[in-house]
Design a protein around this ligand. Sequence first.
Ligand code: ADP
Ligand code: MG
Length: 610
Amino acid sequence: MTQTQSPPDHTIAVLPEHLIDQIAAGEVIERPASVVKELVENALDAHATQVDVSVMAAGAEEIRIVDNGAGMAASDVPTAILRHATSKIRSVEDLEAILTFGFRGEALAAISSVSHLEIVSRRAADDAGTMIFWEGGTRTDSGVAGAPAGTAVRVRHLFFNTPARREYLRAPTTETKRIIETVTDFAAYHHRVGFSLVIDDKPVLKLTAAARPEDRLADLFGARIMEMLVGFSAEETDMAVSGFAGKPELARASRDRILLYVNGRRVWSQSLAHAATNAYGETIPRGRYPFAIIALEVNPHRVDVNVHPTKREVRFANERALYDLIYYSINKAIFSSPRTAPVLELKPSYTSPAQSERLPFPPSVGSDVGAHPSDKAGAFGGSAPDSRPAVDVGAHGYAPVSSTSNTAEPLGRIPSPAIIVDDVANFWQFRDVYIATIIGDELWIIDQHTAHERIQYEAILRRAIDRKPETQRLLFPESFDLEPREWQVYEEAQEAIAALGFEVRPFGTRTLLLEGIPTGLRVRNPVILLRRVLEDLNAAKRGGEDLLKAAAASAACRSAVMSGDRLKPEEMRALFTQLMHTENPFSCPHGRPTVVKIPILDFDKKFCRA
Ligand code: ADP
Ligand code: MG
């Protein structure tokens, strides 16, 4: 039965050098962009002030990098392509305090083993340059060449002798994108170095050396993006951070614009990227990531870049301190810069209402928890259809503006919103998700769920922060069991949960007795609400005020009116009014928008009236 396949020969043999290099090449050189990365690093290590990159056929045909750096002595050029040949470290002590990009002496060895390589290099002091060609690591030609000071490296036919690797490459557009990203990464940090990138003879980037990082970023990402970046910097023992944080509007679905540098090296760190994202709090939605350029300068003894051949991953001795440094400096920058509403600007006439006046309709009225079944109050408070608005809108800066005064506004100025809340015909619902109304010159579409989340969130959180939680006691307290994992979350979060108004008592091992929930939450099953809050907190484990906020956001979300709930006109009106009295009316606690506005002018244009 057993038919073991044994290799023909069991003798142990040391692999031939060129095969070792090819294997190693697989680790350092995965794709054309890795070649670009290694060669640009070498140029920067050689103190180049100008680096010109050009590629043909997504780098598969040719990659060429020319720098004006230190160059190499004639005798060094042949050595440079040998494995573990480096001019950058000499001892273990050097390795402990790396400030250059390279040090493993692997890149040129790896590249030469899988391509046709040509290096022309000249030091400024030398009369002539040296030129050497290799094919698959074997020298095929060499000579003396007239050349400008610096180094030119040409890599052709990458992976010509490793077809499997060539197969593994993605579509040319993808590989090209990676090359552009690679050069962009360097250019964003090294603003004093000029860069150019030419792809298939077409110039893609041309960046002149810039005195200030801002100028480089404007060049690279556009002046409009630059206007939306806020600078930050902070310092601690053994470490400093500086950079630019994008306003929340620049948030994107992927993490690829969190550019993180450690001592000039572009690195990736899940935890530090998390610090940057977290610093935005609720201003950006869950699942979206900020635009942030973060440069850390860390005492090289406290960082280990030698974790992985590509050196993309790093290990820090003081990661927690770095986390805090990033978190607090970005947090401060974002929250002290002029506030920007994600959907629309607060109107100039808006003044924040006094604390006590912010929630004119206590959401508690709408609760159906423990309430008598016949007590069918609406989701957003008990204002009867025919009642006058409970808010004097004018007193809060929302002066009802008549259409005549609106037309009197000078052209180009944003008119104050006219919020006429006493005319419920003003609101209509569609798809049981959206509420539409006309405010001034705009059609506003309100997402009923996110809007309600925002209202609930601020109400519960404010009471928690004021240490005046309000609890609606359940008619029938309920006991329930938690899984060990849930129990642990409960133990960590019990203070925050109590602060919000949940009344919970431990009742035996891993059993809780739920006696009350925060006032104003509208839920059918209070136990499920609490369980969901614990689930959410498990997903977002944080401490202190963050934990409280996360718990409040979760409770608000889990109890907010759902899409699919049909609302009565008076409920829509109450929802809208309450929303406008929150501190941050235009996004839900997770950062999703609550309101989208469309200028009526847009419709006029579509109907050819404007
Ligand atoms: P490492 O960068 O880890 O030292 P490399 O294989 O990338 O290893 O390069 C080997 C050596 O070749 C470098 O240490 C450096 O002395 C020399 N070298 C490579 N590229 C350049 C360049 N563009 N300018 C000057 N010297 C270079
Ligand atoms: Mg190198």
